[in-house]
Ligand binder design. Sequence first.
Ligand SMILES: Nc1nc2c(ncn2[C@@H]2O[C@H](COP(=O)(O)OP(=O)(O)OP(=O)(O)O)[C@@H](O)[C@H]2O)c(=O)[nH]1
Ligand SMILES: [Mg+2]
Ligand SMILES: [Zn+2]
Length: 353
Amino acid sequence: MIKTLKEWGFPQAYQNIFPDFIPARIIRAHRQKYEVASPAGLFQADLAGKLMFLADDPSELPQVGDWVAIQPLDDTHAYIMERYERRAVLSRAKVGGFGSEQVLAAHVDLAIIVQSMDQNYNLNRLERYLVQIRACEIQPAILLTKSDLCTPEELAQKLQEVQQIAGEARVLQYSLFQEDLNPILDLLPAAQTAVVVGSSGVGKSSLVNRLLGQEIMETSAISHSNQKGRHTTSHRELVQLSNGAFLIDTPGTREFGLSQSGEALEMTFEEIAELADSCKFRGCSHQHEPGCAVQEALEDGRLEWRRWESYQKLQREQEHFAMDKVNRRKKDKALGKMYRAIQGESRKRKGRS
Ligand SMILES: Nc1nc2c(ncn2[C@@H]2O[C@H](COP(=O)(O)OP(=O)(O)OP(=O)(O)O)[C@@H](O)[C@H]2O)c(=O)[nH]1
Ligand SMILES: [Mg+2]
Ligand SMILES: [Zn+2]
């Protein structure tokens, strides 16, 4: 429960924005049922009508991690009256969403990408997470779990491969049997918020429980990770560790679609961006042009084919998302126009009768 707002990282600048209500943080969200923590205690909360109607996009609705202003109804129930403006938001492309995004968590400082060192281990997928997280302007870190399932040689190799693609992101290993949690706790300063993301079964909730020192999150009885089977965690949830840091557990993601662009792709594939700078032609597509530094580096092995293919795939995906977004906006606009025209027509008719 919130003791002081400062300990919870409530931004100073928000202090006098909604003076009639109590500030609270969303700790659980399931469809439009919320649980919030506030200096006045924990509440089950519903959205006030205004918030529901004003949201022209579901991503505007409060999500786990959001700061909101509440009006208690009694000791256990409240209405969410307002949502404070968001700092960093972790989002992804909505599956089949035609260029729309889904917000996974709000006011996030760090995103820990969890991958287990069994069949879940996949560098392309790590790169996808890195790009999207960086595009959201959130600091990424990588945690390789289930290190007990690897031989020491495999472990060393995987750590090295991941270090190579991680850039400035911290890379850590973890196993349920590991005693020392300090390297992970070092990532999590008091009052900061980290979200754990990754496929189902990689051990996200087990880790959160370990860090809490309590079995709060439900975890799977089967220890192998899967991407197709049932998810154990069904909703996102925010908890506070005894060191004062916040952690958001999330259900395993099957698809972590790219929804943003910007510098994140170049940041994640630095060697490709550097090579592209020395191509002979500006605007080189790195396919068949003479003097293409990328093609040369691929031929002499300085650039890995896997990296190049992964980069191209993510780039295409970003472009598709941007295009879908433009098309969806156009369609929405056209629909809005049609709707207004129909309304105008019916008003005219009413005026006549
Ligand atoms: N061998 C081994 N098993 C682990 C480790 N960490 C977690 N597990 C097991 O992996 C299984 C899945 O763990 P969960 O924590 O439920 O996975 P999750 O990532 O939260 O999965 P979802 O909630 O479905 O997204 C459980 O049976 C854990 O006991 C580890 O370090 N080593
Ligand atoms: Mg879980
Ligand atoms: Zn080129």
